[in-house]
Design a protein around this ligand. Structure first.
Ligand SMILES: [Zn+2]
Length: 260
């Protein structure tokens, strides 16, 4: 059993074969996929997918890249979406991207603060995007009082991971852990306990070895699980099982077996 805790099935990269990708994930043992909204339009598409497929759940939110294009109306629309759809299991991805700086940093910081408040009001865990903004991301989370969520596609060192875990957050390991030169994330995967870890593809991005260079998809999560198992010197089904339980706990997903 696997859960892909972060994919973007609503993106146009899957328009040609979305159904096939979803079915293939099921066949490869991916029980649930969290498809993650990055703006209002894509959040709506993510929710539509979750409504259509039993094994897909959605999140909604505005990515820091889109901060400059976002206003209170956008946030009101997202809030209404959450209130009218049961399969929205988290708020995000939200955060700070001081690497690409597509929106001005002040705008990103302002929107991040507003969305953390909104997530708290809606009582949802948050999915955080933090690129080259570790200190500022932690400060914003600390100030918000939000204590449930995940640092997606974790890109800090173990010190940073420790601070995130101390705030009650999960650390999500992406496919880049399979790259030979990714020593920092490999060290994080070695030292973060399984009980605080999620796995993700971030599909269509960050494709793991041996598919590197191709479009990523949820079924490839097995390669990330195998690499983490190799690093931790445990079996990959233990990695798959424990990280799946964590994702289900964070996102409030019940298996059909345990439901009712
Ligand atoms: Zn993402």
């Amino acid at each position: 059993m696997f859960i892909d805790s972060h994919a973007h099935l609503e993106m146009k990269e899957f328009n040609a074969d979305r159904e096939e990708v979803i079915n293939r994930a099921g066949r490869e043992g991916v029980n649930f996929i969290i498809t993650v909204g990055t703006n209002l339009k894509l959040s709506l598409k993510a929710v539509t997918l979750a409504d259509k497929y039993e094994n897909i759940y959605a999140t909604v939110g505005v990515h820091p890249h889109d901060a400059a294009k976002t206003n209170q109306n956008t946030l009101d629309d997202l809030k209404n979406l959450v209130k009218t759809h049961k399969k929205i299991v988290a708020y995000g991805e939200i955060g700070l991207d001081f690497f690409r700086n597509i929106s001005p940093q002040e705008k990103q910081l302002e929107l991040f603060g507003l969305q953390l408040e909104l997530a708290k009001e809606l009582n949802l865990p948050v999915v955080i995007h933090d690129r080259e903004a570790h200190r500022q991301s932690l400060e914003a989370v600390q100030a918000s009082g939000v204590r449930s969520g995940v640092f997606h596609c974790f890109s800090g060192d173990y010190n940073m991971a420790k601070k995130c875990m101390d705030l009650g957050f999960y650390i999500s390991i992406p496919g880049t852990v399979t790259f030979d030169k990714s020593k920092t994330i490999q060290d994080v995967a070695a030292r973060v306990p399984l009980s605080s870890m999620l796995l993700e593809t971030d599909a269509p991005y960050l494709t793991p070895v041996p598919h590197r260079g191709k479009r990523n998809e949820p079924s490839f999560i097995v390669h990330t699980a195998k690499k983490v198992a190799e690093i931790k010197k445990i079996t990959w089904d233990e990695v798959a099982r424990e990280t799946s339980i964590n994702a289900m706990n964070l996102f409030g997903i019940k298996t059909p077996a345990s439901a009712g």
